[in-house]
Ligand binder design. Structure first.
Ligand SMILES: [Ca+2]
Ligand SMILES: [Ca+2]
Ligand SMILES: [Ca+2]
Ligand SMILES: [Ca+2]
Length: 237
């Protein structure tokens, strides 16, 4: 009798603990960014109010001991999906001028990872895409494959613009930061856009201030190509 009671008590305790901590990663999404429909796309300036609007997010570099702050918002229309990045960075550094250079992630750069089918799984599949864009406007992009292997030879056609507010690779002054725009055609994402559509998404910033890699992201995914950890990007109109 005593043993039965102990067993019941133990099972109850496990159930209670699980109730509070055993969350299913595949269904827990607490981060969502809305991409607003916009027929005409206007590139935001440094002082635009859009950076602090309700449809923008701020990712703070504090957890990576970076004093960078990254503001992001997204727009869409029938042709493309747009991402706008504003990064406050007081020391602008970038060196890689060659596409897909394996060390490009060590430059000052922004990164976006998209799980276009929103599978929320651990496989880096053919529908999953990443762009790293350094502040020279050079990209390192890849997409996954059926056997969950990354394929850096894949090259997307994302349209990229970069604007610097400060001096590049000159450490004698204090810089303001930079703006990056990335436009992805829906044909590349292999998606027909419509309001309500949700994709998995994560963003990261790499800060080179001469102290080695300082990388931080939105959702805390590691490795970065882990769609199950991503938030959602939802198209709204
Ligand atoms: Ca996927
Ligand atoms: Ca590539
Ligand atoms: Ca500088
Ligand atoms: Ca920097």
């Amino acid at each position: 009798m005593k043993k039965t009671f102990q067993l019941l008590f133990f099972n109850g305790l496990v159930a209670m603990l699980c109730f509070s901590s055993c969350k299913d990663h595949s269904t827990t999404v607490d981060k969502e960014l809305h991409a607003l429909y916009s027929k005409e796309i206007i590139e935001p300036i440094w002082d635009s109010r859009a950076w602090s609007g309700p449809q923008s997010i701020l990712i703070d570099g504090e957890k990576a001991e970076s004093d960078n702050k990254m503001f992001i918002f997204s727009r869409w229309n029938v042709d493309s999906l747009y991402f706008f990045f504003k990064v406050e960075d007081n020391c602008l550094r970038a060196y890689q001028t060659e596409k897909d250079h394996p060390k490009l992630y060590l430059d000052d750069m922004v990164e976006v990872l998209i799980d276009t089918q929103n599978d929320k799984d651990s496989c880096w599949a053919a529908d999953d895409i990443v762009y790293h864009i350094n502040i020279l406007g050079v990209k390192k992009d890849d997409r996954g494959s059926a056997d969950c292997q990354t394929n850096p030879d894949w090259d997307g056609n994302g349209r990229i613009t970069v604007q610097l507010f400060g001096s590049l690779n000159d450490t004698t002054d204090t810089d303001q930061g930079y703006l990056v725009t990335l436009a992805l055609a829906w044909t590349e994402l292999m998606i027909h856009p419509e309001p309500g559509l949700s994709m998995g998404i994560n963003f990261a910033n790499g800060d080179n201030n001469g102290k080695g890699r300082q990388l931080f992201d939105w959702v805390g995914a590691w490795p970065m190509r882990s769609p199950y950890a991503y938030g959602n990007l939802k198209l709204t109109k």
